[in-house]
Design a protein around this ligand. Structure first.
Ligand SMILES: *[C@@H]1O[C@H](CO)[C@@H](O)[C@H](O)[C@H]1NC(C)=O
Ligand SMILES: *[C@@H]1O[C@H](CO)[C@@H](O)[C@H](O)[C@H]1NC(C)=O
Ligand SMILES: *[C@@H]1O[C@H](CO)[C@@H](O)[C@H](O)[C@H]1NC(C)=O
Ligand SMILES: *[C@@H]1O[C@H](CO)[C@@H](O)[C@H](O)[C@H]1NC(C)=O
Length: 505
């Protein structure tokens, strides 16, 4: 139980109802990057300077096998803030404007549960989830009532908002969610600031100034090109711009942590850093391949210094963050149903035990249905140790490309090279990228780039069956409406379990 206001606190203490040993409150700071990946010293990228993330990593357990369950912005944020995959919380695609996806009204989100348990909640930056009744925050400066550039990329503004949040007479413990808009692309929305808004606030003419930001410039020759990005001048220039915006976020993280330090609460605060989905490059965002789902994840607990600076190999999911934060605040997950009488159960787990000893966790799941409203391409996936299985439910359709990636220099260059028959310097070809097989099985221990589909290889039949069974069980456990969707394959037999699902309606 959490300790309420001072007078009642004394009374409850006398009654023995309050944990007197916890005179100090425990807080949480959740920091989210927007489309960020492994471009940091903390993840061994030596080409980029990220001193603040690297310093945080030295006080964190660093996860190298952390995955989002869905590679799309609003669905990922909704999953992170509910512990439920997109098909269960209802946020099937992007939330804004005409896309208009929302979580179901009955969903009990992390900010809702924490508020009810006496925790003060705040969000600064990009929200991109709704409805408001499902995702209420006591303190909110987001794109809903301000400029996303200001609350998400202007690190001076972010610093001042964190200061305002912390300057309160409120004694409740807090959950503060700082959701940067960096390093998202912006060539589709604000091209005047560069493809990644890397010029916004850099002090050049017309760009304005962010007083706390010292911009770091990178050239195309400076960047490391990951295996899934074409090694071309266009992609290198794109990456160089991305690095500059990551540098701005990194300096912003330093400012945010400095505010907590100055307020005297940093040592009572669990700090978590991660990102919503893969980087906005081919095989990245909107894909359930490794580059689309693997995320940086730093978990820094002042109470668990034993594994600071260590790297965990455990397979963990962003679906684990809601159970982790509830565990940190000792708030139980409620018994309730979203539809009918089937109780909602979290399939993620608290990560706190991993801060003490390396756990044997080996399996994470993925579920994607849309991104933009026009981009229906349902996929389900399971990663079990080195194996990844992806089920493409609409495999006869071309894979949809989202608009801001489509207009990006990297993709336009890839398209132009492909149509002109010039070398693409890419590890795939666009035809294979658009047209995928129904089941894709990769053995990442031998094929880390996921290029050899083993689903039809008889030597992997047992692995395929095991992963399919794991995936189907998770889909049933999480009430996935797509579990009974026919794939359009004539010999297909649906599970007998599908009958009661339809009869219920
Ligand atoms: C970075 O590289 C070192 C040395 O190879 C390795 O021990 C460590 O696990 C790597 N860190 C991450 C996050 O992968
Ligand atoms: C945004 O909403 C918060 C309340 O959550 C309010 O305090 C703040 O003034 C609003 N900001 C703007 C720019 O309207
Ligand atoms: C960033 O925010 C600060 C503080 O609100 C402001 O002074 C500055 O002009 C802003 N910079 C830009 C580029 O908007
Ligand atoms: C931070 O907190 C931990 C335990 O919560 C305590 O052992 C440590 O002394 C504290 N450090 C400082 C600098 O207050």
């Amino acid at each position: 139980m959490l300790c309420p206001g001072l007078l009642r606190w004394a009374l409850l203490l006398a009654l023995g109802l309050c944990r007197a040993h916890r005179a100090r409150s425990r807080n949480v700071l959740l920091i989210l990057a927007d489309d960020g990946g492994f471009e940091s010293g903390a993840y061994n990228n030596s080409a980029i300077a990220t001193p603040h993330l690297d310093a945080l990593a030295r006080r964190s357990l660093v996860f190298r096998n952390a995955f989002t369950s869905v590679s799309s912005c609003s669905p990922s944020r909704a999953s992170l803030l509910t512990g439920l995959p997109q098909h269960q919380n209802g946020m099937y695609g992007l939330h804004q404007g005409v896309h208009h996806f929302n979580s179901f009204d009955g969903v009990r989100s992390l900010p809702l549960l924490l508020h009810q348990a006496g925790v003060r909640t705040g969000i600064i930056g990009k929200k991109h989830v709704g409805p408001e009744t499902v995702y209420p925050f006591d303190f909110a400066y987001t794109e809903e009532n301000g400029s996303v550039l200001q609350v998400g990329r202007n690190i001076t503004r972010i610093k001042l908002l964190v200061r305002e949040f912390l300057q309160t007479q409120d004694n409740r413990p807090f959950f503060l969610y700082v959701a940067f808009h960096d390093p998202h692309r912006c060539g589709h929305s604000q091209p005047q600031y560069g493809t990644f808004c890397e010029k916004f606030g850099n002090g050049e003419s017309g760009m304005g100034r962010i007083p706390d930001w010292t911009p770091q410039a990178y050239g195309p020759q400076d960047v490391l090109v990951p295996y899934f990005i074409p090694d071309t001048p266009a992609a290198r220039a794109d990456l160089a711009a991305q690095y500059t915006t990551i540098g701005r976020m990194d300096q912003g993280i330093g400012l945010v942590l400095q505010e907590l330090q100055a307020a005297g609460v940093l040592n009572d605060t669990l700090v978590i850093f991660t990102s919503d989905n893969g980087v906005p490059f081919p095989s990245g965002r909107t894909n359930l391949y490794w580059p689309g789902t693997a995320e940086p994840l730093l978990v820094s607990s002042p109470e668990h210094p034993g594994r600071w600076g260590q790297v965990s190999e455990a397979y963990v999911s962003l679906l684990d963050l809601t159970p982790t934060i509830l565990d940190w605040f000792s708030v139980p997950y409620p018994h309730y149903a979203i539809f009918g009488s089937k109780p909602v159960r979290l399939t993620g787990r608290s990560l706190l035990p991993a801060l003490e000893a390396e756990p044997p966790w080996a399996t994470v799941f993925g579920s994607q249905s849309l991104h933009e409203v026009t981009m229906s391409y349902p996929m389900r996936s399971v990663q079990h140790q080195g194996f990844r299985l992806v089920h493409n439910l609409h495999f006869k359709m071309p894979f949809p490309i989202d608009q801001d990636f489509y207009v990006s220099p990297t993709f336009q260059d890839l398209l132009g090279r492909t149509t002109a028959g010039r070398p693409t310097h890419w590890y795939k070809d666009l035809h294979r990228y658009y047209y995928r097989e129904r089941w894709e099985l990769y053995d990442r221990s031998r094929d880390p780039h996921e290029t050899r589909n083993l689903a039809a290889d008889p030597r992997y039949a047992a692995v395929l069956e095991l992963l399919r069974a794991q995936l189907a069980k998770w889909q049933w456990d999480t009430h996935d409406p797509w579990v009974c969707a026919p794939d359009g394959v004539l010999e297909e037999r649906l599970s007998p379990q599908c009958r009661p699902l339809h009869n219920e309606l």
